[in-house]
Design a protein around this ligand. Structure first.
Ligand code: SF4
Ligand code: SF4
Length: 375
């Protein structure tokens, strides 16, 4: 991220509180990180008090624990199991319903659900993931109208990461930890024992308009240097790394590698990795009718390429084995996604590693396949 001395500002915690208030007054639903069932998840937040003040997390393969920090940082943790796709591309979305009325059938297309969302605390890898979902869900006409309605009015307050999680590898994927655009406002938290200050940069005219309503002051050179140091420190402490530049070629040369069978012996085909992944977008459609046969509803819901039925064509599934399903997931993410959408489908957030019940690690799988290649 390039901080310009003439535009970098500083907010206090009171300024952050004002920011939430202004966004709510403008009709935004403010969503952000909050403690939720033993994790830091994303939910409605009304005040700075709702943020996970003084908490951090410990993550490794199949492992997540909350820990107390020694300070009162508001954003001193890595990403948790939730991602912003649960709001922008929700797990269940009614599409249309039909009602029998005598001899006629009345069909109603469901309008896009709530929009005007303000996302607070979006990390660099998550901004990249949102950009990837934009490409997938809006990149070809007609696109997804529900997603389009939400994205048209999303206000993003991004945060530079001050902590790299144990499973993070966004630096390898060129997706973080430094913010690189796609935000309305960007914050870098400068943590002190008693309270935090935030170096702030506006990225859009909407961001500047909101900033004009909040108490702030120009950042000093020392504060800008401290903000740069925060991101630099995070980049140097990534929990994992996965050289990514030649990944498509490496994987597509090794479609019959024995490692696919080895990982399949451990994989439960539970689909957790696809549910937590911020870029996975696959859905299926479900129809449900009332018992009287008067009304039916079609609902879109998240699906996973780890289910047998996902690849059901006439005559059965074309991916019967866990080996073929794991290989499909990983080679799509890291290789064929480039051909389909012009980028990797992985942003290095590490969620699929942390939330895999048996700790399968995409970076380890790539390393094992790469290691068998002649040098
Ligand atoms: S890799 Fe892990 S999370 Fe993904 S389907 Fe297999 S067991 Fe589940
Ligand atoms: S594949 Fe794993 S590390 Fe990559 S974006 Fe998805 S959840 Fe994150």
């Amino acid at each position: 991220m390039s901080w310009q001395a003439d535009s970098a500002q500083v907010l206090t915690e009171e300024g952050l509180e004002q920011l939430l208030r202004v966004l709510r007054q403008r009709g935004y639903r403010t969503l952000g990180p909050t403690l939720h069932e033993g994790v830091i998840g994303y939910d409605e937040i009304a005040s700075v008090q709702d943020l996970p003040c003084g908490w951090t997390d410990e993550q490794s393969g199949g492992h997540y624990r909350l820990r107390r920090r020694e300070d009162r940082a508001l954003f001193g943790y890595a990403v948790g199991p939730h991602s912003w796709k649960q709001f922008l591309h929700p797990p269940r979305e009614p599409l249309w319903s039909a009602r029998r009325d005598g001899e006629t059938l009345q069909v109603r297309c469901e309008p896009p659900g709530e929009h005007r969302l303000a996302l607070i605390g979006v990390r660099a890898c998550e901004l990249r993931a949102i950009a990837i979902q934009d490409r997938v869900l809006l990149g070809t006409a007609p696109g997804d109208p529900h997603y389009r309605a939400r994205r048209a009015d999303t206000f993003i307050v991004a945060v530079n990461c001050a902590v790299a999680g144990g499973t993070c590898f966004c630096a390898s994927m060129h997706a973080g930890p430094s913010l690189a655009g796609g935000f309305d406002l960007a914050l870098t938290e400068l943590t002190a024992a008693a309270s935090s200050a935030f170096v702030l940069q506006a990225g859009t005219s909407s961001g500047r308009a909101v900033l004009a309503e909040i108490a702030h002051r120009a950042a000093t050179d020392a504060e800008i240097a401290a903000a740069r140091a925060v991101v630099q420190h995070t980049a140097e402490h990534m929990g994992r790394k996965m050289p990514s530049d030649d990944l498509p070629q490496v994987l597509l040369r090794n479609l019959e590698h024995p490692r696919w069978s080895e990982v399949a012996d451990r994989c439960l085909a539970c689909g957790n990795c696809t549910m937590v992944c911020p870029t996975c977008f696959c859905t299926t459609a479900e129809d449900s009718s009332d018992l009287a046969g008067q009304e039916t509803t079609r609902t879109q819901r998240w699906d996973s390429c780890f289910t047998v039925d996902f690849a059901h064509l006439h005559g059965g599934s074309v991916r019967q084995s866990t080996r073929s399903r794991y290989r499909q997931w990983m080679t799509h993410k890291l290789a064929t996604w480039h051909q389909q959408f012009g980028s990797s489908g992985c942003v290095g957030c590490g969620r699929c590693i942390t939330w895999c019940p048996v700790g399968i690690d995409i970076t380890e799988e790539v390393t094992a396949i790469r290691a068998s290649e002649p040098t």
